[in-house]
Design a protein around this ligand. Sequence first.
Ligand code: SF4
Length: 358
Amino acid sequence: MKAATPEEKRDAIDSFADYLEPTLEVVGRSELERWAECPMQASLIESGKEGPLPGFVDAGELCHQALGTAIQTWIDFNASIGPQGIREALEQSLRGTRPDLQPQVIAAARASIWNFSHFLAGINPVNILKFDGGHERQSGQLAMDIPTAGVRYAGEVDFLWSGPVRGVLQLEDWKSGWRFFRGYDVYQSFQFQSYACLILDNYEKIDAVEVRVWNTRHGTKTYPVLFERRHLDQYMSRIYSALQVRYENRENPKPTPTEEKCSRCRVALHCPASGEIGDAMKDPKAHLRRLIVLQAAIKQELKLLKAVEKQSGPIELETGERFASEHKSKPKAQLIVPKGGKKVEEENDDDSDEGSEG
Ligand code: SF4
């Protein structure tokens, strides 16, 4: 074999290019959780079918902002204002929020104002690591690279601080919805297992993360739930399998209806699973799944009509059917048929935890 000439060797060296960092796609925690829950729901939301979010989602977000402002005030005053000062900062922030949502925002936080103020007053600001609303290194954002999946996985925590136990970080999460969280919910949840992975990845010397969820509307919090580094593989494999579901379903997403998921789904009206008509005798399970989605879609339709009725008054068809609030003392929008027909009533949706995610 002929040896390379000095010129050829020099050309080869000149042509050397830097190693290219692979471009990682940023995938958010709530987005990935949706893929894990129902690929069709994730796909419909990503394609913009969700429409405007209900007011309680905005109220939850504003409640988080108010808590973040109180934490920032505590830091800015270098712990000199005490629980009363924190309380005043929080109340002022809640009162000064968007006027159309102010009563909802205050209702979402009121029961926890006192507990939160005393809790925060016990924390030295130097021990505050990250929080929702924090700036730069104290921002609540955390990310970890998963190059094998071509993904940078990201999430935002509500309040991360360094507590008295060496090697254990403390994570507080605010839930401002109606749903009541218990310790078991925390332990099982994709959200908190994900946060544990993100925190353990970013703080290498930490052995565990202790998590508490504050049910701010109810004025309670869960017992602490420990996520340990020795179980990291278990938490990570859940993220890997969610990424796998996302990868496999992006082109052709499948609906995976269950009553629990569909009843909370905000894109149920667009779900193709409600239109798959087959032979009920041959495939009764498919029809049961369809019924679940149809019920969720009806619930959403009633909500939409209720919003229209509240703004513009009763809706009436030429054939006599009306959608209106009948009783002035206890208005409840409902479908009213001309004669002896069954009324279809709008239900209260009081179990949402939306807007409470960090
Ligand atoms: S209605 Fe159910 S099956 Fe359809 S997208 Fe929503 S969660 Fe998925």
